[in-house]
Write a protein that binds this ligand. Structure first.
Ligand SMILES: NC(=O)c1ccc[n+]([C@@H]2O[C@H](COP(=O)([O-])OP(=O)(O)OC[C@H]3O[C@@H](n4cnc5c(N)ncnc54)[C@H](OP(=O)(O)O)[C@@H]3O)[C@@H](O)[C@H]2O)c1
Length: 287
């Protein structure tokens, strides 16, 4: 199976790149801006058709949650038009799609892990555009799944883990939000899940089914930061603060833990606990 990975220089795309050689049933082709822009329908069509692509893992997205508030147009172009372009060409060639979405489609008012069919109600531009993008996949006629994930980090790209490592080694103390709860997720674990699902391609025969995937367990950004300092042996005091004490352009869900029962049952996968994966990523960064 010939698989195109869009947005391949991002965190998830880079993890897929690193793991892909272990999947000999899949021939992976990695593309990102400026070479392949998912918003450019014409070049996307000619690339996918010209290269005989069978499946796409769409890792391309506008992911700057704060900046999206002031850049609706670009967030919408990438997260909505880009996704609809991918769906449209895959419909022509009967291709398969794994599309990645986010916990930020929820408003965060729940007190128990969100299930796939729970009511969505994004509270920011990023979540809103990601939700509209999902709808193109859900309503499509192709073999496809949407995987919502949360709080991604990786040894590639910029993320909360790297920010904390940087700040932790420069400062004696840091203030970190303690009243937003979610699940930190190592992009490598999600990358493996995407490749496992595609390599057993008979498993991908639903039309636009939604799944939730994050690492197991729940944490606040404060808990996450404490564990980062502990596992990397950085001596920096982390102080818990409330959301309202941290200036931000955008409201984020207070609670966005995802229920993963469906993906574990349907695809027979095991999901690592967040602290175990965090340790592995830190060890990799220290090498
Ligand atoms: N990061 C998180 O915490 C998080 C949480 C939940 C869900 N997700 C979702 O998980 C997926 C992967 O996230 P990630 O963290 O790997 O994102 P990322 O690191 O920001 O990577 C996204 C990649 O897409 C590229 N891209 C942007 N616009 C594009 C376009 N028009 N055409 C082609 N490529 C384009 C970006 O390039 P530039 O860098 O040059 O813009 C970047 O390389 C996304 O769908 C995201 O919404 C992420």
């Amino acid at each position: 199976m010939k698989v195109l990975i869009t947005g391949s220089n991002g965190q998830l795309g880079s993890e897929i790149k690193e793991l892909s050689s272990q999947y000999n049933k899949l021939e992976c082709i990695f593309k990102d801006l400026p070479e392949l822009d998912i918003c450019d329908a014409e070049s996307l069509n000619s690339f996918i058709i010209g290269q005989d692509i069978d499946a796409v893992i769409n890792c391309a997205a506008y992911t700057a949650v704060d900046k999206a508030e002031e850049n609706f147009e670009i967030a919408n172009r990438v997260n909505v038009t880009g996704v609809s372009n991918i769906v449209e060409v895959l419909e022509k060639i009967n291709g398969k799609l794994i599309h990645i979405s986010t916990d930020y489609v929820f408003d965060g008012n729940s007190s128990e892990p969100y299930k796939e069919l729970d009511k969505v109600n994004p509270i920011g531009v990023y979540g809103e555009t990601k939700r509209t993008g999902e709808l193109f996949v859900i309503g499509s006629n192709i073999d496809s799944i949407v995987i919502r994930t949360s709080w991604l980090y990786s040894s590639f790209g910029n993320n909360f883990l790297k920010t904390m490592l940087g700040l932790g080694s420069e400062k004696d103390s840091l203030n970190v939000i303690c009243d937003q709860i979610g699940s930190p997720t190592y992009a490598k674990d999600l990358a493996k899940t995407c490749l496992d699902i595609l390599s057993r391609s008979e498993q991908l025969s639903e039309k636009g089914k939604v799944y939730h995937y994050s690492n197991e367990g729940a944490a606040s950004w404060y808990d996450f930061a404490i564990s980062i300092m502990e596992f990397s042996l950085i001596n920096c005091k982390v102080n818990p603060i409330q959301t309202e004490d941290y200036p931000a352009l955008v409201k984020r869900p207070k609670y966005s833990v995802l229920n993963k029962t469906k993906i574990k049952e349907d695809f027979k996968i095991e999901i690592p606990y967040w602290k175990d994966s965090l340790k592995k990523c830190i060890v990799k960064l220290e090498k």
